[in-house]
Design a protein around this ligand. Structure first.
Ligand code: PEP
Ligand code: MG
Length: 579
């Protein structure tokens, strides 16, 4: 069998078959973003994109054009509100946040006022004005180093298309044939929502990543999906049959009978497991030998809070606070941060919230951030915080102030040396003294933890244990730094293996040291969302793990079905609220 040069090149499953055999079975490697197996006929969806031409208005046409612009905005708002209502019905209140952002964008002065101004002063036709402004916003997002910001560019394209269509009074078309797998270059979150009402079996996209809104929506709706299939939509056509594996991201075109049978069995197994897991989720989280499993959430936005209760999470194990900055595209001041932190602590109480200090850098860059040749080995996490007290201090003040509302913990990102921990501790003491002077209360005890995500920390865990109240192992970065594999490089995805013995040895070492030192240890990387990872972590005696919401039902089946005679297992499993 020929070895493909690039991961996303199709693999011929029947190498002897002639090239002109259009029904040849082929496999493609994408990224699985919404679990489940779909098998069915292809519906090739092209969507609609609108382009406006540079046309100049006559002086006396400007007022009418401004009116036409306003009407298109109103129509777009009406459409989005309808989608929010459907999202609420199908997914609960928190889901509407994706479309709320688009709704806000329609009236945001940086779009609305600037476009109106172009119509008024430059006498641009409304469509061209909209396109000019939103193209610039989109390009800025796409140029951002952060994968999540780049993916938000898709929302801008969605808004642009919606307004341009409404300027032409066009109707929204998100209609497909029932019981088909949609294959498209890209889709909007709204498309997936509307398709799901028409019984779509799954979605396969050329573009997108795990955190793009379309992926989030597919996960939330339970529509199996794979993204990043690079050009598959140009190969498939009506009459083709697909297998979509939303776990692995593998897509098989025109499967043979044997492959079909294999995947049908996998599909049936998943259905049975999901049904069982739903029932299990309602039960107390305990292993068969009676150990309680504490499920905690991994949170990025305040809007995810309702999910804590939906999934029965016992607190927030990791709050990625930098996401607040990344979605705003700028730093938040103390008051803005306090607002969010207070709500999160209140919602989680009486359980604890672990605030990870801003972890910018690496793949999480603000649009205007300074560029480096090797951002993952560069100025990131605690290195930025120690250089920029105007980022660190307001955040510490905001967390300390919020801590009076319920149990709170502080977690330090990208630590690689003891002196960094000591420097942050000293700053915390200074900030506390400042608050004391101002008569502002904070909780008397706020445990301080360290992210173990650089091998330098894992290898010296004993020394770090003396400085920390808890360890949180970031297997995403620990794997990347141990194996020298960029975690965002899809071409190297096969080498990114948290089960590599070099990673597992470090997990074991950190777990042993933590236990010997009497401090807590958790895993907050994606490894814990993998059922096999759960087995391994339980065996390594790691007391907390993070689970992805979308996989929690499956994952829960693992520890709960586990019978063990290990006498002192005290596992705490965290639940990833990464909705
Ligand atoms: C990790 O590195 O495993 C982790 C949880 O942090 P992040 O993914 O935010 O870098
Ligand atoms: Mg990390």
């Amino acid at each position: 069998m020929p070895v493909p040069l690039f991961p996303n090149e199709p693999r011929r499953e029947r190498p002897g078959a002639p090239a002109e055999d259009t029904n040849e079975m082929m496999s493609f490697d994408g990224i699985g973003v919404a679990p489940g197996i779909a098998i069915g006929p292809v519906y090739r969806y092209a969507g609609e994109t609108y382009k406006a031409e540079a046309e100049r208005l006559e002086e006396n046409e400007v007022d009418a054009e401004l009116q036409r612009f306003e009407e298109a905005i109103i129509r777009s708002e009406r459409e989005l509100r309808k989608i929010v209502t459907v999202a609420h019905e199908k997914l609960g209140v928190s889901s509407g946040v994706i479309f709320d952002a688009q709704l806000l964008m329609l009236r945001d002065p940086s779009f609305y006022d600037v476009a109106a101004d172009l119509i008024r002063t430059q006498r641009h036709e409304a469509g061209y004005a909209v396109q000019t402004v939103l193209d610039k916003h989109r390009q800025r997002m796409e140029a951002a180093g952060s994968a999540s910001l780049r993916e938000r560019a898709a929302d801008i394209v969605d808004v642009q298309n919606r307004v341009l269509r409404n300027l032409r009074q066009g109707k929204a078309l998100s209609k497909i044939d029932r019981e088909h797998i949609v294959v498209a270059e890209n889709l909007t979150a709204a498309d997936v929502l509307l398709f799901s009402r028409r019984g779509v079996l799954g979605c396969v996209l050329d573009f997108g990543g795990p955190t793009s809104h379309v992926s989030i929506m597919a996960r939330a709706l339970g529509v199996p999906a794979a993204v990043s299939l690079h050009g598959l939509s140009e190969i498939v056509g009506a009459g083709d049959t697909l297998i979509l594996d939303g776990f692995s991201g593998v897509v098989i075109l025109n499967p043979d009978e044997e492959t079909l049978a294999r995947y049908r069995e996998k599909q049936a197994r998943y259905a049975a497991l999901s049904a069982e897991s739903e029932a299990i989720a309602a039960e107390p989280a305990e292993t068969l030998d009676g150990r309680h499993v504490q499920l905690q959430a991994n949170l990025e936005f305040r809007e995810e809070l309702p999910l804590l209760h939906e999934y029965g999470a016992e607190g927030v194990g990791l709050f990625r606070t930098e996401m607040l900055f990344l979605t705003q595209g700028q730093a938040l001041d103390e008051a803005q941060q306090y607002d969010v932190y207070r709500d999160v602590v209140r919602a989680a109480a009486p359980h604890a919230v672990t605030f990870r200090l801003i972890d910018l850098g690496g793949d999480k860059l603000l649009p205007m951030a300074h560029r480096e040749a090797n951002p993952f080995l560069g100025w990131r996490g605690v290195r930025i915080l120690l250089d920029k007290p105007h980022l660190l201090r307001p955040q510490l003040r905001a967390i300390l102030r919020a801590s009076v509302e319920g149990p709170s913990r502080i977690l330090l990102p990208m630590i690689s040396s003891i002196s960094e921990v000591q420097a942050i501790k000293a700053t915390i003491e200074e900030v506390k003294a400042e608050l004391d002077e101002e008569g502002i209360p904070y909780a008397p005890s706020i445990p301080l933890g360290i992210m173990v995500e650089v091998p330098a920390v894992a290898l010296q865990a004993d020394r770090f244990a003396a400085e920390a109240d808890f360890f949180s192992i970031g297997t995403n970065d620990l794997t990347q730094y141990t194996l020298a594999v960029d975690r965002t490089n899809t071409r190297l995805a096969r080498l990114f293996n948290p089960f590599h013995p070099a990673v597992v040895r470090q997990l074991h070492q950190v777990s042993r040291v933590a236990r010997a030192s009497g401090i807590e240890v958790s895993v907050c990387g994606e490894m814990a969302a993998n059922p096999l990872g759960a087995f391994l972590l339980l065996g390594l005696d790691i007391s907390e793990s993070i689970y992805s919401f979308q996989r929690v039902a499956v994952s829960l089946g693992v520890p709960l079905g586990l019978s063990s005679d290990a006498p002192d297992w005290g596992f705490r499993l965290q639940l990833d609220a990464n909705f």
